[in-house]
Design a protein around this ligand. Structure first.
Ligand SMILES: Cc1cc2nc3c(=O)[nH]c(=O)nc-3n(C[C@H](O)[C@H](O)[C@H](O)COP(=O)(O)OP(=O)(O)OC[C@H]3O[C@@H](n4cnc5c(N)ncnc54)[C@H](O)[C@@H]3O)c2cc1C
Length: 483
């Protein structure tokens, strides 16, 4: 099958009979739900852009195994060029959606599983690589979107999976059968699960032999029996129900997360990628997190581009654009944003081949990238709020703007620089509000903090990869220290 168009993608998701709950109610057709639809539109862009000749080089790849054109989101990186193009593609999508476009978790899971299943088979003589490759061929052939589910609810964070009072705090095998396994548990914060055809499940932490039943990785379709989703709320989400397209800030695109419950779900043998080999749980987590931390050096930068543009327009519209401090704040925002991009490109350019044949990013630099992402978007947002002025959170609604009695007053008192339509000023202020405090702030702020692991998780990796002993030797040599 050729690449799907955006419309074909939407219709393919519509056909999947998922069990989805939102605010206490079952959603019969998630594709048409006004709160959920913008998140589907974001994933759709990964299909739409792949159809455009000007983006072919970034969005698609010639699969070296089949010679067929595939979407880059389904690619196994085979060079540093692939890794760099991945980051550039993500920046492009961030720019075009100003939201989380979700499809990267699957791509990062593919690349982590490619090398980890290979290594596991080498040690244990298992057939996980074959299983995984068969699944990936199916994904590539049908141009599917796949969710990457790593984060368990985790219960008491001080305890290992097998020590939890409730054994379901981490996804685990509850029954081993000749034809497969039965799993129970949940995955939290699942970005894009709702908009995916399939869901890959991976462990969330390194494990000891006592955690055998928790060291499990597999893939299931989203309409699998026993699997259901409880959608997370987002700040200002019900604005999408109000009609109009100004107050929502970004009427077309968004992201969404779900708590995905696995209530005794059966997984057939050929869809299992890890099953009890606890010593490979840590490697899978580390590799997935590494690729995902690289991803943030692209996607958040693209969203940052939109926010910087919005702040610059807000300054134009209120007549402050020529002030030197405003110019300097825009320079600072650009500097921070491009620093994130530098990290995304650097960890890609310093990538290396694995024994399994795919390329892995430089893990130290990928972790530095994500550590910066836990900070810089917050500063960029702070500066955008500074430039926007208080009106970004106190402006009357679009209903007031278009009201016959109130409209003229809103027009009169929200007018700023000459020649600027009040409606346009409001649109830009609402976009900044959306990215700072509204639905998109989930993706731009808190996802920057916790997505791909909280800040401390990167510091642990930086400590491990930073090689302080080698640096001590450098200092001793220069200083002439002899011990
Ligand atoms: C918007 C968003 C989208 C996401 N999308 C996905 C997704 O698509 N797929 C996915 O798998 N995950 C996803 N995540 C989950 C993300 O990876 C987790 O939020 C992250 O790993 C942190 O886990 P947590 O939220 O349980 O926080 P916690 O682990 O509870 O962390 C909270 C604080 O406690 C500290 N802490 C936790 N455990 C310990 C410990 N043992 N010792 C000391 N300190 C500790 C942390 O360092 C942190 O400061 C997403 C998260 C967000 C916010």
């Amino acid at each position: 099958m050729a690449l799907m168009t955006g419309e074909q993608y939407i219709e393919s998701i519509r056909k999947i009979k998922m069990e989805v709950y939102l605010m206490g109610k079952k959603v019969d057709v998630p594709v048409d739900d006004p709160i959920l639809r913008p998140s589907l539109n974001s994933v759709r862009m990964t299909y739409d852009l792949a159809q455009k000749p000007e983006y072919k080089d970034l969005m698609t790849v010639k699969d070296p195994e089949t010679g067929k054109e595939i979407n880059r989101f389904n690619n196994i990186h085979r060079s540093t060029d692939d890794l760099i193009k991945k980051v550039k593609m993500q920046r492009l999508l961030g720019q075009q959606t100003a939201a989380c476009f979700q499809r990267c978790v699957g791509m990062d899971a593919f690349n982590a599983l490619w090398s980890t299943t290979y290594d596991t088979d080498k040690k244990y003589g298992t057939s996980y690589f074959k299983n995984f490759k068969k699944f990936l061929d199916y994904v590539k052939e049908n141009d599917l979107t796949v969710d990457g589910a790593m984060t368990d609810p985790k219960g008491d964070r001080s305890l290992a999976p097998h020590q939890q009072a409730d054994p379901d705090m981490y996804v685990h095998v509850v029954e081993r059968r000749p034809d497969g396994i039965v799993v129970r548990g949940a995955k939290a914060h699942q970005t894009g699960a709702l908009n995916s055809h399939e869901m890959i499940v991976m462990p969330t932490i390194a494990m000891s032999p006592e955690d055998k039943d928790y060291a499990v990785s597999f893939v299931v379709p989203l309409d699998t029996k026993g699997l259901f989703m409880i959608i997370g709320r987002q700040s200002c989400d019900t604005r999408k129900l109000e009609g109009g397209n100004i107050d929502v800030g970004n009427a077309e695109f968004g992201g969404v997360e779900a708590l995905v419950v696995f209530d005794n779900v059966f997984v057939p043998n050929d869809r299992i990628f890890l099953n009890g080999e606890t010593d490979f749980a840590g490697a899978l987590v580390e590799r997935f997190a590494g690729y995902h931390r690289q991803s943030y050096g692209g996607c958040k930068v693209g969203v940052g581009d939109v926010l910087i543009g919005a702040a610059a327009l807000a300054a134009d519209y209120n007549g402050a654009a020529k002030a030197s401090h405003v110019k300097d704040k825009l320079i600072e925002m650009t500097h921070l944003n491009e620093t994130l991009y530098c990290c995304g490109i650097a960890c890609s350019a310093e990538g290396t081949p694995t024994e399994s044949g795919n390329y892995i990013i430089n893990l130290l630099l990928a972790n530095v990238c994500k550590q910066n992402v836990t900070r810089f978007p917050y500063e960029i947002v702070r500066l955008a709020e500074d430039i926007a002025g208080g009106i970004m959170v106190t402006a009357p609604s679009e209903k007031d703007l278009f009201d016959p009695k109130l409209g003229p007053y809103v027009e009169k008192y929200l007018k700023a620089a000459p020649g600027v339509k009040t409606e346009n000023r409001l649109r830009i202020l609402r976009l900044i509000e959306n990215l700072s405090l509204g639905t998109a702030a989930v993706g731009y702020r808190t996802e920057s903090m916790h997505g791909a692991g909280s800040p401390q998780a990167q510091r642990i990796m930086i400590a491990r990869q930073g090689n302080i002993p080698a640096k001590k030797e450098l200092a001793k040599k220069i200083a002439g220290v002899k011990e």
